[in-house]
Design a protein around this ligand. Structure first.
Ligand code: AMP
Ligand code: ZN
Length: 438
């Protein structure tokens, strides 16, 4: 580890495009062969009438069928594994989804590679072993906790596993431990600043903060700028998803001109979410990822549902790993709010448990100040608006039940029957007015 080097893994980070393609082809062939250890992929290949020997070029990737979140659910919990269970040392499961959650298994080698990827990202934005890294992610199933923990330790930083919440304590750690870098979801950064203001801590005067890593949820360039000015730091966009390990998939470099996705770890395709055909380079489509170095549970052509576009292959930082635009949203109805994944159907399921409610509801997402919020409006089956205490209790009960299900507290508004808009055709359940997709 050369502290003065711009790169943690120069042998991979500075490959040119054709060297990257050669490495990808080699790793793809290995991965596909390895996938034949999994009951799921063995069957998939048989059904598609292909064998690993048919993958002779990167273009042949197209012959392989897509893998979806539904495949993970249908084969819950371990059906996609490519190694015996005794070789697996950890699993992560996705947050807040309906039905079976998705489960990703990791071998020790997978965890080491994951930590390497995260360490590489953190090094890329200038962090070094003498930095103090505080992680305000939830630990546990959410990959932002352990994922950043092991990556930051691998880099050699003093790592503070502060975990989510308790903002006052969070600020005490920042000042007492001389924290120089924080990982946080963007909406939480604003909360930290609010509480700093309340207790009279000036981040520019009273802390050593210089770097923020923000991700796990969509946010805009404007939001990033505000965070940078508020705290006097540089804030870098971090993209990850549990199916691809977690954090460390794509990350901005110091140029802040898009997120480099590590092409020695993943093959990226951008496809039209309807036709599933590749879109011309530079156009927005759904990101499809193939893992290239996973052992326990490699995924081939995984439909991430995240919408983005390719910005370019070259960068003044000297890396040629492709740069992606910040995420533009998702092609399914999954909501990512404050880092938590929520499907509208989860909300519907809870609302239907209350006999006082009709089936007409509307979820509105808004940005209020710096916070993203959810409002759930739902029609009452019958009008009893004269009975305020009953209305109030019902609102409270619904709010609590929703919080138990989606792990966030929405605003609940009960409205009279016939008030909410009725659309022709497919019901519009979610209105996203957040100021994020630009
Ligand atoms: P999870 O698997 O729970 O970590 O959730 C992953 C999802 O969170 C992704 O598929 C994206 O939709 C979203 N996400 C993660 N990081 C970002 C980011 N930097 N910008 C926008 N969305 C993100
Ligand atoms: Zn760069």
């Amino acid at each position: 580890m050369d502290k003065n080097s711009e790169y943690l893994h120069p042998e991979f980070e500075t490959l040119n495009v054709s060297e990257i393609r050669d490495l990808q082809l080699k790793r793809l062939k290995d991965t596909v062969r390895h996938c034949m250890q999994s009951d799921f992929y063995k069957k998939r290949f048989l059904e598609a009438g292909i064998s690993p020997d048919d993958i002779k070029s990167l273009d042949d990737l197209k012959k392989i069928p897509f893998t979806t979140k539904q495949d993970l659910r249908d084969n819950y919990p371990f059906g996609l594994r490519s190694v015996p269970l005794e070789k697996c040392v950890r699993l992560h499961s996705s947050s807040g989804t309906t039905g079976n959650p998705t489960v990703i298994l990791h071998s020790q080698k997978d965890l080491d590679e994951w930590a390497n990827a995260v360490a590489r990202c953190l090094w890329m934005v200038g962090l070094r072993p003498d930095d103090v890294f505080q992680n305000s992610s939830g630990y546990g199933m959410f990959t932002g906790g352990l994922g950043f923990q092991y990556g930051a330790e691998k880099l050699g930083m003093l790592t503070v596993p502060a975990a989510a919440g308790n903002t006052l304590r969070q600020i005490k750690f920042i000042t007492d431990f001389g924290t120089t870098a924080i990982h946080a979801i963007p909406s939480y950064v604003t909360r930290i600043k609010e509480v700093m203001d309340q207790v009279g801590v000036d981040p520019k005067r009273d802390t050593k903060l210089k770097t923020l890593v923000i991700g796990a949820e969509p946010h805009s360039e404007a939001q990033r700028k505000r965070i940078e000015e508020m705290l006097g730091v540089k804030a870098y966009n971090s993209f990850g998803m549990s199916e691809m390990c977690g954090p460390g998939v794509a990350f901005e470099c110091k140029e802040q001109n898009g997120l480099h996705i590590w092409e020695d770890y993943y093959i990226v395709e951008i496809v039209d979410p309807e036709t599933l055909e590749p879109v011309p380079e530079g156009e927005i489509g759904e990101m499809v990822l193939t893992t290239l170095n996973r052992e326990a549970m490699p995924l081939l052509r995984y439909r991430t549902r995240d919408l983005t576009r390719i910005l370019g292959h070259d960068c003044p930082c000297g890396r040629h790993h492709v740069r992606l635009d910040r995420m533009k949203g998702r092609s399914d109805d999954m909501i990512v709010l404050r880092g938590v994944n929520i499907f509208p159907i989860q909300i519907e399921k809870i609302l239907l448990e209350f006999k006082e409610l009709s089936t007409n509801y509307l979820i509105t997402l808004t940005t209020d100040g710096d916070n993203d919020n959810m409002t759930v409006e739902v029609e009452l089956e019958e009008l009893f608006t004269d009975d305020y205490s009953r209305l109030e209790k019902l609102t409270k009960d619904i709010t609590r039940a929703l919080k138990d299900e989606i792990l966030l507290t929405p605003r609940v508004k009960l409205v009279a029957k016939g008030t909410l808009p009725v659309s022709e055709g497919k019901a519009v359940r979610v209105v996203d007015n957040r100021k994020v997709y630009e």
